[in-house]
Design a binder for this molecule. Sequence first.
Ligand code: NAI
Length: 291
Amino acid sequence: MAIEKVGIIGAGQMGNGIAHVSALAKLDVRMVDTNPAQLNKALETIRNNMNRQVKRGLITQADEDAAVARIAVSQNVADIRDCDIVIEAATEKEEVKKEIMRAVSAVLKPEALIASNTSSISITRLAAATDRPQKFIGMHFMNPVPLMKLVELIRGLATDDDTFNQVRDLAEKLGKTTATSEDFPAFIVNRILLPMINEAVYTLYEGVGNVEAIDTAMRLGANHPMGPLELADFIGLDVCLAVMQVLYEGLADTKYRPCPLLVKYVEAGWYGKKAGRGFYDYSGETPIPTR
Ligand code: NAI
């Protein structure tokens, strides 16, 4: 089966990025979100990001216009029914995702594949909430999707070879390189990255350094392109906490205990860049450290 039409569930920072690269690869895109404001914001973000690519000479204005015309948005999950693959990129909560899997299974044509962009949740468990575990896979894009080269592929227990091969080919068509992970909590990238971010939050919580010192230390001392707290804001503190909770519960080891300060920020709604405040305040022209 040729993949020509991609359904995306969730139009947040990841959903809009996946729509962006899919549409530029000449695939038709149906993007669904329960929140209409998110759909409008996603279209605006895609336009802005493609405009930047046009300015840099990476794509032409005609490429942009044709790509944007390939993206249709909707609040109704039934509008993905004739897609060849559906990629779920909704909020990182198992119950939300399972509910989406049941809704997608009820309307999607039987031969189509389903993938989840989850950062940490068991692919095998999500697969079990669909009507086609053998056609289900983890397809974990990195943020920001148009710039980041990696897609992590995660096979569930039942994922068949045909599904794996088709999704690997799709990732390559989108210009990505794949790395394959077994289905364990948070897979490879986040198993390594998120404990480091959590440790940075502990470093702040214990007063070892302030936000600026911690980020400067890791940028210049470890040669990371972004400091860990800046990166946490960029990922979304709600996503960071959700991943740490999956690691903590899934691996039952206290070394994964989410830092209480991270919990507190999420409880306050300080989710990072997307909320305008996290370890930095984004209300002005340049982000200002908050501690
Ligand atoms: P986000 O908070 O920006 O977007 C989530 C979107 O899902 C929102 O627009 C929300 O309205 C929508 N949504 C919630 N319930 C829904 C439903 N039932 N049906 C349709 N839409 C629904 O989150 P983000 O950062 O885009 O993350 C999405 C997924 O991608 C999560 O699973 C996350 O773990 C994963 N991810 C996030 C990365 C990051 O750096 N933020 C990187 C790689 C994966």
